[in-house]
Design a protein around this ligand. Structure first.
Ligand SMILES: Nc1ncnc2c1ncn2[C@@H]1O[C@H](COP(=O)(O)OP(=O)(O)OP(=O)(O)O)[C@@H](O)[C@H]1O
Length: 239
């Protein structure tokens, strides 16, 4: 039986205490299989970023279990969690988060080098991934000399380099024009076709149309899931 990439069971996250407590997620269940792309939608403050942070081990749940490739994050040491974030989970953010003083290939090679891969080999691997995302020839450009779409491609290359099984993308197209945004989503989709899984936070139903499923959050609760086979249902009654 194929193992899920991500399994969240009855996961809750409360920020703060007492009167100031905010229930960011309440009893969330979510399973993502290899190859699946799942979109997460919902109003501002509904818990989308909290969900991504918990799935990637950047934040800890107040209750419930989160497993990545069968390993429960709550019982991992800090060192094991850091290793999981370097090797198995990749992040793509709206504002790219590239290091300005590193070239495109150095940015992509960084997670490998942190993981003690030798520099030459890390750079070779980085160039191969940059080729995959259509940036051949731009290896030595600094982020300031790349367009927004190119920077986001570098960020995607960095998020998938190595053996990553799960890509977490928080509004990765937010700063891009619509055509470039679609290209970025096509890249994420291609990574999923190649066997990774992705969780994509988006406000746009059109972008969620790239996903196999859509999870709608409201006040920290998953209120609906829509299959890709009926993309119109995303638009009817939701817009
Ligand atoms: N560190 C924190 N401390 C206190 N409250 C927090 C913290 N992080 C998030 N929250 C609260 O938890 C709730 C969910 O936040 P979250 O950022 O997950 O929502 P979101 O759906 O991603 O919102 P947006 O679309 O605006 O980014 C919100 O009410 C938010 O104010």
């Amino acid at each position: 039986m194929t193992q899920p990439v991500l399994e969240m069971q009855d996961v809750s996250r409360i920020h703060g205490r007492g009167d100031a407590a905010v229930h960011a997620l309440r009893g969330l269940d979510l399973t993502v299989m290899p190859g699946e792309m799942v979109a997460v939608m919902g109003p501002s403050g509904s818990g989308k970023s909290t969900l991504l942070n918990l799935a990637g081990g950047l934040d800890q749940a107040t209750a419930g279990r989160t497993r990545v490739q069968g390993e429960e994050l709550g019982s991992m040491s800090q060192g094991a969690l850091a290793s999981l974030r370097r090797r198995r989970v990749g992040y793509v953010f709206q504002d790219y988060n590239l290091i300005p003083s590193l070239t495109a290939q150095e940015n992509v090679a960084m997670p490998l080098e942190l993981d003690k891969v030798r520099s030459r080999e890390a750079l070779r691997t980085a160039r191969a991934v940059l080729d995959e995302v259509g940036l051949e020839g731009l290896y030595d450009r600094f982020p300031a000399h790349l367009s927004g779409g190119q920077q986001q491609r570098v960020a995607i290359a960095r998020a998938v380099v190595g053996e990553r099984c799960l890509v977490l993308a928080d509004e990765p197209t937010g700063a891009l024009d619509s055509e470039t945004g679609e290209q970025v989503l096509a890249l994420l989709r291609a990574r999923c076709e190649a066997g990774s899984a992705a969780l994509l936070v988006t406000h746009e139903a059109r972008h969620a149309g790239w996903a196999d499923r859509v999870v709608f959050l409201r006040d920290g609760v998953a209120v609906d899931e829509t299959q890709r086979s009926s993309p119109q249902s995303l638009l009817v009654g939701r817009e």
